[in-house]
Design a binder for this molecule. Structure first.
Ligand code: NAD
Length: 370
């Protein structure tokens, strides 16, 4: 059942759209959290939710996270996300994604979608048949393709910012880095780290994939359960969320946590524990914003060079967060939230008080010409 109190509890969203189409067997929710900085952008997740309430809570939580991610990255984007209730292995059809695309079109550019868990570039192509408000489409269609190399590049920049903060150097040669997950992001990161001559320890539940990567880049493979206690300066989670928790924290001998995974802290309080243990944490949504920056560039007319320049900015975004955390004596996750909230507040104030026409109109972006 749809519940207004659930929306209020999860951050007071601007708009929540229920999408249904009986013929296409579509049941989806689009949540627009905040569009102060620009149109909401966030992927579409397809998942076998146990019930409608679980889907609603997930889309509310994820869309709020996108508002913070875009704001801290310095992008002119708001936060949004969509979920389709269904099994991505069995329930995908052209009709389903086109029916969903028609709902996105009705929002007239207030929400842009992209891939997320359970959806891929082919699904985006179907959505694109009904609306131009979709990113992450194939390079051949004017899109930016796979975002993970940019996410990995941003993570490398973030690791350098952490090493600068902790060891007053940016040299990764010989620094031991434990990478959890050798999928899209982890694999690209390992390639970049090997060029920096870091000493890499890696794990993955897919032992075949792990072995292949380790053979290629000469890293030391360990079992998934061992990664939390290896002797390394840096832990780089690039697989799951909630891996910083009551069980894993006592095992850590790391001095830095800096990786691409989303929602790394199981609870906010685990950020406090990291600070007490003097472990520098690169807040996940700041360090893993490279993929979002890449699709943002797609909206302006794609240029790989521009996307790479933007991802390099993650170094400075993190330095700003660390500086605020130091001056206010707060955990870095709290400082990151503050950076994001202050930007939304300040830019929102300018927009409210500025009487002239806005200088930027997203409906006139190059995406129109695609
Ligand atoms: P992926 O599915 O390509 O790779 C994940 C890898 O982690 C897989 O190889 C999987 O076998 C492995 N894995 C799963 N459970 C594990 C475990 N318990 N221990 C060790 N390895 C395990 O996903 P991805 O695109 O590389 O994304 C990785 C993380 O980064 C996710 O949290 C994702 O939300 C986040 N992220 C990705 C991007 C992107 O551009 N792809 C952008 C931002 C954030």
């Amino acid at each position: 059942m749809f519940r207004f109190d659930i929306i209020e509890q999860h951050g007071g969203h601007e708009e929540v759209v229920l999408c249904t189409n009986k013929d296409a067997k579509l049941k989806a929710i689009i949540a627009i959290h905040n569009t102060t900085l620009g149109p909401a952008l966030g992927g579409t997740r397809m998942w076998t939710y146990q019930n409608d309430e679980e889907a609603l809570i997930d889309v509310l939580r994820l869309s709020k996270g996108m508002t913070y991610k875009a704001a801290a990255a310095g992008l002119n984007l708001g936060g949004g996300k969509a979920v389709i209730i269904g099994d991505p292995k069995k329930d995908k059809t052209e009709a389903l994604f086109r029916a969903f695309g028609r709902y996105i079109e009705t929002l007239n550019g207030r929400y842009f979608t992209a891939e997320d868990v359970g959806t891929d570039v082919n699904d985006m192509e179907f959505i694109n048949m009904e609306t131009k408000y979709v990113t992450g489409i194939d390079i051949g269609h004017g899109g930016s393709g796979d975002p993970s190399p940019f996410t990995a590049h941003g993570v490398l920049m973030g690791i350098k910012a952490c090493v600068k903060e902790k060891f007053n150097s940016e040299n990764l040669k010989g620094i031991k880095i434990a990478v959890q997950g050798t999928g899209s992001v982890g694999r690209h990161l390992i390639e970049l780290l090997s060029k920096e001559k870091a000493t890499i320890i890696a794990t993955d539940t897919d032992s075949e994939r792990l072995q292949k990567i380790c053979d290629q880049y000469q890293c030391n493979a360990v079992n998934p359960t061992e990664i939390y206690s290896v002797d390394a300066e840096i832990f780089s989670p690039c697989a799951l969320g909630a891996i910083v928790n009551d069980e894993t924290l006592p095992k850590f001998r790391f001095q830095i946590i800096a990786g691409g995974a989303n929602n790394q802290l199981k609870e906010q309080k685990h950020g406090d524990v990291l600070r007490q243990k003097n472990i520098l944490y690169a807040p996940d949504y700041v360090i893993n914003a490279g993929g979002l920056m890449n699709v943002y560039v797609e909206l302006e007319g794609y240029s790989r060079e521009r996307a790479m320049t933007m991802t390099r900015g993650i170094y400075y975004n993190l330095r700003r967060v660390f500086s605020l955390a130091n001056s206010e004596g707060v955990p870095t996750n709290v400082a990151a939230d503050k950076v994001a909230e202050e930007r939304i507040e300040k830019i929102g104030r300018i927009k409210r008080t500025h009487l002239g026409r806005s200088t930027r109109n997203f409906n006139s972006l190059k995406i129109e010409n695609r």
